[in-house]
Design a protein around this ligand. Structure first.
Ligand code: F6R
Length: 607
């Protein structure tokens, strides 16, 4: 899940390549590099680590060519060294690659036997040498790329730059996204429209298996069978958006604070505020005929699915199964043709989620995608889209996209409940009112930030942390542990509070913080019993609950975060806020990079 970009421009390409790469750094930041043509000759500059290292290199060794390609890497094959950084090159071309070439070993052996000398540990170098070999056999650049594409297996996107060809870039998509941008006498390629936003808002997306021959005059799109195909350039909303931190220290902080607004937008998309009713949703199947619902996603989006399960089961009385996509896609689960599968994804490009959606489609069943990027592969492939209106999320850890996913899941659950006659009109109005109250409650909760920082101070010295919750607070406990792990690198576990006594209670001692998520809901009393079990064993309890929760718990608390009073149904949308702030501040106190945690990438387009 690297970020790739190509520019056929009129001025120096390198500074613009770097500008685009800044917008793609969310896809990986292990190394970065650019290549341009100067008087027809290939020139490369690459650097290990974040993009700023490449910028320093470029300041010392500027590149002047008007055509070029760039790359920001999330390492899969080979360590994140400068030598393994893209673009990879032969004496004939340079290439940037996002994804995995699965049959690289066989191809590498074949090419090595022909005398090609590999300089890197990557699978990507195959993509350079395969095309070089076809060129050596006398093929044109386009024919050479096409012949090579037919030999590479896996999920990837590529952009090629050829020595001596200063009006040609060739891009290809097979399982990883690629967009072509049209400017004024200039053309662009990039992993997404956001990368191209500084240059153009007119973008066409390659379909699965497509490849494109791009010159300054335009793009010729071809499909996997080499037929010329039409791919429409559309005006993309990403064109107006600038990825800026504003006054915040990190994108993550900004995105946490944007939540009242974006949750409000998402609620307004699904709810007619005046009428206090749901807006109609175009279901791809008749909700009345459903027997069950499946939800498939990864990471934090999977957590949103787990919360959705509680809501759909409660409001629509439908059994729901929730799967992580990497398991679902290979388990070959039986697919009910009359069923409905909901796919949840911020990026809409997550490889495992996309593959699971394809599996469901191939089995003739219907799908709804809860996605944030409206132009993404998942959004385009699903039968219906339930959008989250979080706006671009740049911080690697999902925050505002998650709470907007929860809103979309709530709206879908309520919609199913109404359509199936489980919820009455009065229920709908009451629940819609509760959902519409969440942006205000989130705004109120954000004021607790100084108190959260104090708790984070304590967490920052812990080796392990346990998060507990019941009901919809259970998935939120999983989310709390996930966020803390990925941002601070402190080991954390999320548990169903009632499950504690079946094993993890053995971990309780005076060292490990136990964070209890205790909204006032019908199972809060049970959570109190679980807190007492922890307290009896000398555990350190940090309670997040409403104003009276501490009193009612009647246990010694190391810390208490008083949340606003609220109806419990949609409490996960509000309780997500302290969970996110806690992980963020712990990471910042520990000096970790909250926007770009180690080893991670925002968009996971490899499996
Ligand atoms: C964690 C996080 C990841 C993503 C996961 C799925 O903070 O952001 O776990 O939720 O990689 O990504 P999307 O939602 O883009 O499919």
């Amino acid at each position: 899940m690297c970020g790739i970009v190509g520019i056929l421009g009129n001025g120096a390409a390198a500074p613009r390549l770097v500008e685009a790469l800044k917008r793609l750094e969310y896809r990986g930041y292990d190394s970065a590099g650019v290549a341009t043509l100067e008087r027809g000759e290939l020139k490369r500059v690459r650097a290990e680590g974040k993009l700023r290292n490449l910028e320093t290199r470029l300041a010392d060794h500027p590149l002047h060519g008007a055509i070029g390609i760039g790359h920001t890497r999330w390492a899969t094959h080979g360590r994140p060294t400068e030598n393994n950084a893209h673009p990879h090159a032969s004496d004939r071309l340079a290439v940037v690659h996002n994804g995995i070439i699965e049959n690289f070993r066989t191809l590498r052996e074949e090419l090595a036997a022909k005398g090609y000398r590999f300089a890197t540990e990557t699978d990507s170098e195959i993509a350079a040498f395969l095309v070089t070999d076809e060129l050596a056999a006398g093929k044109s650049p386009a024919d050479a790329v096409y012949a090579s594409l037919r030999r590479m297996r896996g999920a990837f996107a590529l952009v090629y730059l050829f020595e001596g060809e200063d009006n040609l870039l060739i891009g290809a998509r097979q399982g990883a996204p690629l967009a072509v941008g049209q400017g004024d006498g200039e053309m662009f390629l990039g992993s997404d429209a956001l990368a191209l936003a500084p240059f153009t808002d007119r973008v066409a997306y390659l379909e699965e298996g497509d490849w494109a021959i791009v010159t300054r005059e335009g793009a010729e799109f071809r499909d996997a069978d080499n037929n010329v195909v039409q791919r429409r350039f559309v005006k993309t909303p990403a064109g107006g958006l600038l990825a800026e931190k504003g006054n915040y220290r990190h994108f993550m902080a900004k995105e946490i604070h944007e939540q009242p607004e974006v949750i409000g937008h998402t609620v307004a998309h699904y709810v007619d505020m005046g009428a206090q009713r749901l807006k109609p949703f175009d279901w791809p199947v008749d909700p009345k005929s459903l027997n069950r619902v499946s939800i498939v996603a990864c990471g934090t989006a999977h957590v949103a699915g787990l919360v959705g399960k509680y809501w759909i089961e409660r409001f629509a009385r439908l059994p729901v199964e929730v799967d992580v996509a990497s398991e679902y896609r290979y388990r070959e689960p039986p697919v009910d043709k009359d069923g409905l599968t909901i796919f949840v994804s911020q990026s809409g490009e997550t490889a495992d989620t996309l593959a699971s959606l394809r599996y469901v489609k191939d089995n003739g069943a219907r799908s709804v995608a809860v996605v944030n990027v409206a132009t993404s592969s998942i959004a385009r492939l699903a039968d219906a889209v339930a959008p989250t209106l979080a706006g671009p999320e740049i911080g690697v850890a999902s925050t505002k996209a998650f709470t907007c996913q929860l809103v979309a899941m709530a709206a879908l659950a309520l919609g199913l409940g109404r359509a199936r006659g489980v919820l009455s009109e009065a229920d709908e109005t009451r629940l819609v009112g509760e959902l519409a109250a969440t942006p205000g409650l989130v705004a109120e909760t954000l004021k607790l930030e100084p108190a959260v920082e104090k708790i984070a101070q304590k967490l920052s010295t812990a080796r392990d942390v346990l998060y507990l919750g019941r009901g919809t607070a259970y998935p939120l406990a999983l989310e709390g542990a996930l966020k803390l792990k990925e941002l601070s690198y402190i080991h954390a576990e999320g548990y169903a509070a009632g499950e504690l006594k079946h094993g993890p209670i053995a971990l309780i001692d005076a060292a490990m913080p136990v964070i209890v998520l205790g909204p006032r809901d019908p199972v809060f009393e049970k959570t109190i019993s679980n807190m007492q079990e922890v307290s009896a064993r000398g555990g350190r309890i940090f309670l997040i609950g409403d104003a009276h929760a501490a009193e009612e718990a009647a246990v010694t608390l190391e810390s208490f975060l008083p949340m606003p009073d609220m109806a419990s149904t949609f409490a996960p949308i509000v309780y997500a806020i302290p969970v996110q702030m806690l992980a963020y501040h712990t990471a910042v106190i520990m000096g970790k990079d909250a926007d770009q945690p180690r080893n991670l990438a925002k968009s996971v387009t490899v499996e």
